[in-house]
Design a binder for this molecule. Sequence first.
Ligand code: IDP
Ligand code: MG
Length: 164
Amino acid sequence: MELSINYSDIVKVYRMEQTYVMVKPDGVQRGLVGKIISRIERRGLKIISLKMNVIKEATAKEHYSEHETTSFFTSLVKFVISGPSISMVVAGKDAIMVMRTIAGATNPVDAAPGTIRGDFSLDIGRNIIHASDSTDAAAREIAIHFKDSEIWEYSKIDEVCIYE
Ligand code: IDP
Ligand code: MG
């Protein structure tokens, strides 16, 4: 197959959407990091930053600030800082909504088979993965968890096959 498309043009057009993804401590404890990363990569999305850390309490509170007034806020924050988690910045066309779909519904009871939550979890408080839910949330969450210098906007050789 001859690929006569200008590679640099494609990168310019399609690298624009970025989202924040976390494999929460339950996903790390259950050895699901590799499977989750595989699902992201096989879809054609590009990991442009990745780290393991134990998130600081203040960072977790900021990350989940929209839920501050809920009954589950304290236990949610406590859980998310309870052990190492994986933080990623994932890039690609429609990366935010595509990652939400890959993650599945918040409550695993409602999550479709084939989604991460639908395949690997049962309890809303142990639903394995976080993915930003909007462009504003993605920008906010990436800034909370990453410095600009930790994000790598590289080209990937298969982008000519992934994007028209
Ligand atoms: P999301 O993770 O799908 O974006 P959100 O509604 O933003 O879902 O809630 C953030 C996280 O808080 C969820 O992933 C889940 O772990 C937890 N959570 C949400 N609702 C409940 C609840 O009713 N009980 C316990 N935990 C909840
Ligand atoms: Mg959310």
